[in-house]
Design a protein around this ligand. Structure first.
Ligand code: PLP
Length: 361
């Protein structure tokens, strides 16, 4: 039924397939930035925590009786660590962006969104009709021009990422200042910055020493640095209360997985307790990339731009043959195809060096 479309994707080198990769490949592709995804001590801690409770499944929406004490503990821990009034656990980052953008931009409001924002946010803007303006990627001047020209009477809401998922670029600090100057709500998607940037690994708010206030909203995922699955939103109690009343994926969906929340909770506590040594390790991995490729990383995402989709796949294959797995990210996900390499802490320094040596030659 869709053969013509599938053939066209194949011809353009855009055909996607899922695959169980050889487990012996050294993983430089995943977002498991801190290497927690195979830490069995942490898994056991989560299972022990879960066993303290009679119920281990969410059973129903959070607004019926799916809200578990582990969800509550998770939300309170994360809000306290990040200096936000309240937290809200959500099923996934995709659903968190869908909830935020669909619920918060009301009639007469305007969303100002970075043109490179994640697909989950971009897709949701399709529900907003004319209540959305895209600004140039990470460009404070363009954002300010667009805010200045907005003549509407409604709220202004800005959406940016802390670290952009494909380029690894850090959100510019000026964007926080502009949001304040225009009294705009600021949504920061910290999927790739939480657990990676800032001395306590708390993300860009910490990195830029910005004390969260009532117009700040931070969201992040649990499927990356925090080695689990799910997501969270941190904001003022007022905004969280509004999302609980208007966020459709929050209201009309079974509460997030309790086991994944337990794992995220013990992992977040682990990161908080070990942030000093993890931070040093991240800096060391970034220094190795600088030494081998002369590229200064601000995150743990190393994009290598490729000429076309075919070349991207062939480089990925070449590295696979040497025992390394890297991401081959092609159009339309990115404008220019890239090898997306993650110098994650799950690999020791010598493995990183040998992989970078293969890239260099
Ligand atoms: C920036 C960003 N936001 C949101 C998401 C979606 O998060 P999740 O995988 O938890 O659905 C992703 C990718 O997974 C992402 O890279």
């Amino acid at each position: 039924m869709y053969q013509k479309e599938l053939n066209a994707l194949k011809r353009a080198g855009r055909f996607r397939q899922r695959k169980v990769w050889d487990k012996d490949l050294i993983d430089f592709a995943s977002n498991d930035y801190l290497g927690l995804a195979n830490n069995k001590t942490q898994l056991q801690k989560a299972l022990n925590l879960l066993n303290e409770y009679d119920t281990h499944a969410p059973k129903a929406s959070m607004l019926v009786n799916g809200y578990h004490e582990i969800h509550e503990r998770f939300e309170q821990t994360l809000a306290r660590l990040n200096g936000f009034e309240e937290g809200l656990i959500v099923g996934s980052g995709f659903l968190a962006n869908l909830s935020l953008i669909e619920a918060l931009i009301r009639k007469k409001d305007m969303l100002f969104i970075d043109e490179d924002y994640h697909a989950s946010g971009m897709m949701t803007t399709g529900l907003l009709a004319d209540r959305v303006i895209k600004f140039k990627h990470n460009d404070p001047q363009d954002l300010e021009d667009k805010l200045k020209n907005f003549r509407g009477v409604g709220r202004k809401i800005i959406a940016v990422e802390g670290v952009y998922s494909m380029s690894g670029a850090l959100c510019r600090r000026e964007i926080f200042e502009i949001a304040d100057a225009y009294e705009a709500l600021l949504i920061v998607d910290e999927a790739h910055s939480s657990g990676v940037v800032g001395e306590k690994l708390l993300g860009v708010f910490e990195l830029y020493d910005i004390k969260p206030h009532e117009r700040h909203i931070k969201m992040g995922t649990l499927g990356k640095a925090y080695g689990s699955y799910g997501a969270y939103i941190l904001a003022s109690s007022h905004i969280i209360s509004f999302l609980l009343n208007r966020g459709k994926p929050i209201i009309y969906s079974t509460a997030p997985s309790v086991i994944d929340t337990a794992l995220a909770l013990v992992n977040i506590e682990y990161v908080a307790q070990n942030s000093h040594s993890l931070y040093k390790e991240i800096k060391q991995h970034q220094a190795i990339v600088k030494e081998y490729l002369n590229i200064k990383l601000h995150s743990l995402i190393l994009p290598i731009i490729m000429t076309n989709n075919e070349m991207t796949l062939s480089y990925q294959k070449k590295l696979e043959a040497k025992g390394y797995l890297v991401g081959a990210i092609r159009q339309p996900t990115v404008e220019k195809p890239i090898l997306r390499i993650i110098p994650r802490l799950g690999n020791v320094e010598n493995q990183l060096k040998s992989m970078l040596y293969e890239i260099k030659i």
